[in-house]
Design a protein around this ligand. Structure first.
Ligand code: SAH
Ligand code: DHB
Ligand code: MG
Length: 221
């Protein structure tokens, strides 16, 4: 089984179930043009996130890690007109490209981009004491996955769904002797969830156009 096969199946699924979307294609083009890394979710994963958000009936979504707003658009399309996506981004250039992309996708009214260190923005959201988030997507610096997950629980409520991207990392997740800070961030998040009675969780390994990785999915009790 090769990566070419995974990509071919992704292509097939893409053509059958997802199709072309001008606003999403433009968002990827602008990310590329701005020399930003090619690390957004794939279209198939974007639809997966979108479906999970709709299945959970989410109105308020929190995203950690905006990049060019590609996953943000998928999530914003999952909430009703009076819904909201709050997305956190450290890099001002990324935030600016994302702003343009979500506006062009006609979901700008639903999307708030908070620029700066995600941990600082999370503190602010906590202090502001707004409505809880129904759905949280964690996809930023993997080293900080443990505090991001804790914040997701703090800003959520029973029933809140938490999704974490890139947990399998070509199998490095199972390597206890890894010295990769990203891998250790993910593993420490697993340690935390292991001892966390307030969530039920699992992790699914994936293959596809983005290689071999996986995502964690959790729901608050
Ligand atoms: N969710 C996006 C991809 C996010 S890539 C998508 O699928 O379309 C990860 C993003 O997290 C990058 O844009 C990076 O700048 C941002 N990031 C990294 N460290 C961060 C931090 N400490 N606080 C906020 N954002 C951060
Ligand atoms: C990386 C980060 C991501 O969020 C992703 O989906 C893929 C790769 C990375 O930092 O390499
Ligand atoms: Mg990711």
């Amino acid at each position: 089984m090769s990566e070419a096969t995974w990509a071919a199946v992704d292509e097939y699924v893409l053509s059958k179930l997802i199709g072309e979307d001008p606003a999403l294609a433009a968002a990827m083009d602008d990310r590329r043009a701005a020399d930003m890394p090619e690390i957004e979710v794939s279209p198939i994963e974007g639809m997966h996130l979108h479906l999970l958000a709709r299945m959970s009936g989410a109105k308020r979504i929190l995203e950690v890690g905006t990049l060019a707003g590609y996953s943000t658009i998928w999530l914003a399309r999952a909430v009703p007109d009076d819904g909201r996506v709050v997305t956190l981004e450290l890099d001002p250039k990324h935030a600016a490209v994302a702003r343009k992309n979500v506006d062009r996708a006609d979901v700008g009214d639903k999307v708030e981009i908070l620029e700066g260190q995600a941990l600082a923005s999370l503190e602010q959201l906590g202090a502001a004491g707004g409505e809880p988030f129904d759905f949280v997507f964690i996809d930023a610096d993997k080293e900080n996955n443990p505090p991001y997950f804790q914040w997701a629980m703090r800003l959520g409520r029973p029933g809140t769904v938490i999704v974490v991207d890139n947990v399998a990392r070509r199998g490095k997740l199972a390597d206890a002797s890894s010295d990769d800070p990203s891998v250790n961030g993910v593993r420490q998040m697993f340690d935390l969830i292991e001892n966390e009675p307030r969530v039920d969780a699992t992790a699914i390994q994936t293959v596809g156009a983005r290689g071999y990785d996986g995502f964690l999915i959790a729901i608050m009790r």
